[in-house]
Design a protein around this ligand. Structure first.
Ligand SMILES: Cc1cc2nc3c(=O)[nH]c(=O)nc-3n(C[C@H](O)[C@H](O)[C@H](O)COP(=O)(O)O)c2cc1C
Length: 186
């Protein structure tokens, strides 16, 4: 993840190309409920989420200059409706969002975001996925997003500049044999 960007604009057409790739990510029942709000004047986002006081001590000023922010959205109701259709009704997942042991609207958003990040990297861009945290309602209202959408997070896109890594990035990768279970029968 890149948290220090150059302010340079992105070439025309690149963002739609990346989003076209992201929307092809797999989705449960092919529900395709991940959506994106393109913010080409990122200040429209930052003024909703960063007060002047917080901005003064914000640890990643280089994130604020990224030329594009993509707010990643999902629509749980679309999953419920899809799984109420005849070919899926036997699952019981059409009864409501609380019926889902794993809420696939978040999973599918992760799949789409990762496609986006890979595409951005292949195009020579830096990107950073970050959360909206307590600002979800303000972001939805302030950017004119339909009120029933959930904000999964935001992808900042732009050309990378040198900068210090985050404290999380310093964590070493867990070794392969620590993250893989073979499920051998006892
Ligand atoms: C679901 C998710 C949420 C994240 N949220 C944030 C965030 O709010 N702020 C941030 O700076 N980085 C965030 N990150 C980035 C992680 O810190 C980063 O991916 C991790 O430290 C590994 O670094 P790397 O992606 O550069 O290898 C998030 C990553 C994921 C997958």
């Amino acid at each position: 993840m890149c948290r220090n960007f150059l302010p340079d604009p992105l070439p025309d057409g690149l963002v739609p190309e990346l989003l076209d790739q992201a929307r092809r990510a797999p989705s449960a029942g092919n529900a395709q409920a991940v959506e994106f709000c393109v913010v080409t004047h990122p200040e429209d986002y930052w003024r909703l989420t960063l007060t002047p006081e917080r901005r003064a001590e914000f640890p990643w000023p280089g994130l604020l200059v990224a030329p594009v922010l993509l707010v990643v959205l999902t629509d749980p109701e679309r999953y419920v409706q899809r799984y109420a259709e005849p070919d899926k009704a036997h699952t019981g997942l059409g009864d409501g969002p609380d019926s889902w042991p794993v809420p696939y609207w978040w999973v599918d958003a992760g799949m789409a975001v990762h496609s986006l990040l890979l595409g951005a990297s292949a195009a020579g861009l830096g990107s950073c996925f970050f959360g909206a945290f307590e600002h979800e309602a303000a972001v939805v209202k302030g950017l004119g997003i339909p009120s029933d959408r959930r904000v999964v997070g935001i992808v900042a896109l732009g050309y990378p500049a040198a900068g210090r890594p985050s404290s999380s990035a310093a964590r070493p990768r867990r070794p392969l044999d620590e993250v893989v279970y073979y499920g051998d029968p006892l």
